[in-house]
Design a protein around this ligand. Sequence first.
Ligand SMILES: *Cc1c(COP(=O)(O)O)cnc(C)c1O
Length: 392
Amino acid sequence: MSKRKTRTNLIHGGTRRSQYGELSEAIFLTQGFVYPSAEAAEERFVGAGEDEFIYARYGNPTVRMFEERIALLEGTEDGFATASGMAAVNGALMSMLKAGDHIVSARALFGSCLYIVEDILPRFGVEVTLVDGADLDQWRDAVRDDTRAVFFESMSNPTLELVDIAAVAEIAHAKGATVIVDNVFSTPVYSDAVAQGADVIIYSATKHIDGQGRTLGGVILGTREHIRKVVEPYMKHTGGSMSPFTAWVLLKGLETVDLRVRAQTSNATAIADALSGNAHLSRVIYPGLESHPQHALAVRQMGAGGTMIAFEVKGGKEAAFRFMNALEIILISNNLGDAKTIATHPATTTHQRLSEEMKAVLGITDGLIRLSVGLEDADDLTQDIEQALTAM
Ligand SMILES: *Cc1c(COP(=O)(O)O)cnc(C)c1O
């Protein structure tokens, strides 16, 4: 598409200007479009061109700007914007699967993703094999000649375990399976998933792409052929499309996502360094730390440690709650990727639904805290955590 560099594309990519020459992207808050003649309407329904729209569920100029800008960032040919990250996950899977198909999925998934692969897909006759995403032997054993797709989060929530995209793609492609990656925790800024072999890449734009807690959104990225022939027909007829207003918020988010994610990562690195060895903690998990068992993979796959940290306080749930209640700057919430630093207790909130055995398998202990690092001053954040650990 464009030879321009990422920072330039994030400001100008996909822009469409109306006859008024507006500086900021216009919000085309319209669900329909008018045609100059009956013949023109007929022609457009036969095949709409690049900048010809029919109905907002199918496409809209503001939404198209967002799709093109995020596709430029990810390095894919095309993308389809969705109402939420979950609409993207559901759309990416349902648009290409049918009864009788087999997929292999990592088991460490965001709760709603796990619901789709464990509960919904089997109801429609899709056979699902769950594996430990970090264990390549399990992928090798599970992927069969008739496997249609593999699905995983490239960095798991909340324990920040990485899946080696290139290695899993090699296993999947050897059997002709499509590689679908939910790349939220890696962020589009640190993603090189296309080069690593991912065929379809999904983001919840609610997270870093908005990054300011305002809206839900998502996107499915891939080749033009796959997006327009497989994803679009499913999405446009089932109603999970993005609203033009959301697309506008997210276009503005994309203008600063590179700066924000890098600054948040720098804060996360400073906090992880400061917390390592703290006597109140039994574990500090951050892929950017050399102590992380997959540090080398994190450097190779993302080139950075990302914006998320997890740590385990000594003293279980009571201590974890005392710690969270003592925080003064850091907020208790379950969003992530935001400008505001957020602490989450996964065992009692985001991952409450999981069985005790599954929590144990995934390392979601009662003392585990997930920290989404924001844009505040790193010293203030470190001091806030340290004073809350002492108070605990
Ligand atoms: C948040 C999240 C989703 C879902 O996104 P929504 O925008 O909340 O629908 C999917 N996958 C991962 C990894 C997430 O963190």
